[in-house]
Design a protein around this ligand. Structure first.
Ligand SMILES: Cc1ncc(C[n+]2csc(CCOP(=O)(O)OP(=O)(O)O)c2C)c(N)n1
Length: 402
């Protein structure tokens, strides 16, 4: 039982670093001195009294999702290059964060993802084709958020954190056992919405887990220009909630740390803030040239820390992962990629007039004017016998190329 001055809310997520003369209850809110790591880059288990290693079956199942996640990232990048998708913010290298965020939640819980969290959304069970609809450039989000309890992927930074807190607060008021996990990047922690969300969550003691994927960059802005706090997880104590740091490329540690935070929230322990240290291995999106602000050597240093590599080594050494198991995971990942290719290589019928629909119940005078202008232009083109835009050379017959 905690004797915390904040009504016992500050029960530990794990151990605390040495906070000097601060009362124990306050120190308990501080993150570990180093990110929690249960399996190191060489695939060796590090014992941690606070966080037991998830069992082999759980790790193996989640490993299969990692393999699928990497394949989804590769496939989506290829489809962008083929002009089949407008944009794709890749989570290559961050797949362990993606998978863990999804699998620690139960059916009754909610996930609030960002634009980078496509793999998390798919891992939660949303149809990949529906998920990629938004990034294909369609006007809608592609999936029903209620079906799998996954909010629409947020592009405006940190706005989803406030929505997540609202849903968690509502669930608490209704007496439901729902926990909400809200994802954001390191750059998003500089937004006012981040502060408002964490403060509200702490004051109203709502069941939410804030999960920061610190991939060291906000497009070209490095973390050192974003904060001078000892770590992003240290921000938690300022709100009166516990913070924790975790190796963001260690699937086992992520499952243990996020799992503990979700359990804690469900048991009435209130919100917490988890910072996963990982790295964005690819450009911010296909619209970004990352060579302008970081060197190939910087990226190279993270290659041996790859989340798939280390979990594979660990599982193979224990014989939990066999040749046959690997083949089955690869086949499963290929099948997902093939379905994505097939779906995205199908032409969609787009009605340009829809550009003006579904935002206002009653259109503004400017929108009415613009809609009319577009209608006239389309009618003029049709009258001039203009053929509808032809697909780009070869588009539509890429067949089964990845
Ligand atoms: C409110 C707001 N301001 C600016 C942007 C433009 N923007 C898009 S992504 C991005 C960087 C975000 O970095 P981070 O939060 O670290 O997430 P990451 O992209 O690395 O996953 C910025 C500034 C935005 N989408 N929303």
């Amino acid at each position: 039982m905690s004797t915390a001055t904040n009504g016992g809310r500050g029960s530990m997520l794990g151990g605390a670093s040495d906070g000097g003369a601060a009362p124990a209850a306050d120190r308990a809110l501080l993150p570990s001195a180093e990110p929690v790591q249960l399996v190191d880059p060489d695939g060796q288990h590090n014992h941690d009294d606070r966080y037991p290693l998830p069992d082999g079956e759980q790790l193996l199942g989640a490993f299969g999702r990692l393999v699928a996640g990497r394949r989804i990232n590769d496939q989506a990048n290829a489809l962008v290059r083929q002009g089949r998708m407008a944009v794709y913010p890749s989570s290559h290298g961050q797949e362990a964060c993606q998978v863990a965020a999804a699998v620690v939640l139960g059916n009754e819980d909610w996930l609030f993802p960002t634009y980078r969290d496509t793999v998390a959304v798919i891992t939660r069970g949303v149809d990949p084709l529906q998920v990629l609809t938004l990034l294909r450039g369609d006007w809608h989000g592609g999936y029903d958020p209620h079906e799998h309890r996954v909010a629409t992927q947020a592009t405006p930074l940190a706005t989803q954190l406030l929505h997540a807190v609202g849903v968690a607060h509502a669930a608490k008021l209704r007496g439901e056992p729902t926990v909400v996990l809200a994802m954001c990047g390191d750059g998003a922690t500089s937004e006012g919405d981040f502060h408002e969300a964490l403060n509200f969550a702490a004051v109203f003691h709502v069941p939410v887990v804030f999960f920061i994927q610190n991939n060291e960059f906000a497009i070209s802005v490095p973390l050192k220009n974003q904060t001078v706090a000892p770590s992003l997880a240290h921000k938690a104590i300022g709100y009166g909630m516990p913070g924790e740091r975790v190796d963001g490329n260690d699937l086992a540690a992520l499952l243990a740390v996020l799992g503990a935070a979700v359990d804690r929230a469900r048991d009435g322990g209130g919100p917490s803030l988890i910072e996963a240290h990982t790295y964005r291995m690819q450009a911010h999106t296909n619209a970004d040239d990352a060579t302008r602000y970081r060197s190939a050597d910087d990226v190279e240093r993270w290659v041996p820390r790859d989340p798939i590599l280390r979990m594979r080594t660990y599982l193979r050494a224990l014989n939990l992962l066999t040749d046959e198991g690997e083949r089955a995971f690869a086949d499963e990942a290929d099948a997902i990629a093939a379905a994505i290719r097939k779906g995205l290589n199908t032409e969609v019928e787009v009605n340009p007039a829809e550009l003006f629909e579904y935002v206002y119940t009653e259109k503004t005078s400017q929108l009415r004017e613009q809609a009319e202008q577009l209608r006239e232009e389309l009618a003029r083109d049709a009258g001039a016998g203009a053929a509808p835009d032809a697909p780009a050379d070869g588009a539509g017959d890429e067949g089964d190329q990845p």
